[in-house]
Design a protein around this ligand. Structure first.
Ligand code: DX5
Ligand code: ZN
Length: 219
């Protein structure tokens, strides 16, 4: 199976997002990754509802919304309303994660849970069957263009083993420092959704880079 590519628009040109979204529409990307940062959960602020709504206006691919915010329950409905198709919340930001996941699904969105690099995948055991996706952070969240953390391969393998037993349809997304250099190993470890920001938007030929990632085969 080919991987699903989810380009992160955090590295796009914010002064001309329309062009970048139209480029993604023409590409082999399966999703558009939208990083929301609140300056509290992570030491950075990205963008909010008006920007996502504007992206949605042009996007021909589903929006894969990654919430790096505290108390995400307060805003789930708004994210759905501005066009989120997948909503991913952080394990570390949710006291009542089961309730949050149910709320996302009741809105009609796919539900994802993200794990910071220090959070063991084992902690998802009792909720794994409820999830559509798990996002393994392969850098500390907050910024694009950081260096991939090597321990991530082990986490993806552990998650894949758990998913084989508890939720074989689970999507496993990796996010942070992902490029053509580490994608094959990530896919072999069990990931099937690749987020890439800098590798795509920093490339002289983003369409080619997306196609290259899409055509890496784990078999
Ligand atoms: C980091 C974000 C990522 C980021 C990835 O906190 O969640 O989605 O944009 O960017 P790269 O691929 O440049 O590491
Ligand atoms: Zn992200």
């Amino acid at each position: 199976m080919k991987p699903i590519i989810s380009p992160s628009i955090l590295s796009a040109n914010f002064a001309n997002l329309e062009d970048d979204i139209l480029m993604l529409n023409q590409s082999e990307a399966g999703l558009i990754h939208v990083d929301v940062m609140d300056g509290q959960f992570v030491p950075n602020i990205s963008f909010g509802f008006p920007v996502i709504a504007a992206v949605k206006n042009f996007a021909a691919k589903p929006l894969d919304v990654h919430l790096m915010i505290v108390e995400p329950d307060r805003y789930l409905k708004e994210f759905k309303e501005v066009g989120a198709n997948i909503i991913t919340v952080h394990y570390e930001a949710c006291t009542h994660l089961h309730r949050t996941v149910q709320s996302i699904k009741e809105l009609g969105c796919k539900a994802g849970v993200a794990l910071n690099p220090h959070t063991p995948v084992m902690l998802l055991k009792d909720i794994l069957a409820e999830l559509d996706m798990v996002l393994i952070m392969t850098v500390n969240p907050g910024f694009g263009g950081q260096t991939f953390i090597e321990h991530s391969y082990q986490k993806v393998r552990e998650l894949k083993t758990m998913a084989n037993e508890l939720n074989p349809d689970l999507w496993i997304e990796v996010d942070g420092g992902v490029s053509a250099h580490n994608s094959l190993a990530l896919l072999k470890a069990g990931a099937n959704v690749l987020v890439a920001g800098n590798a795509i938007f920093g490339s002289p030929d983003p369409l080619h880079t997306i196609a290259e990632l899409r055509n890496i085969s784990p078999d």
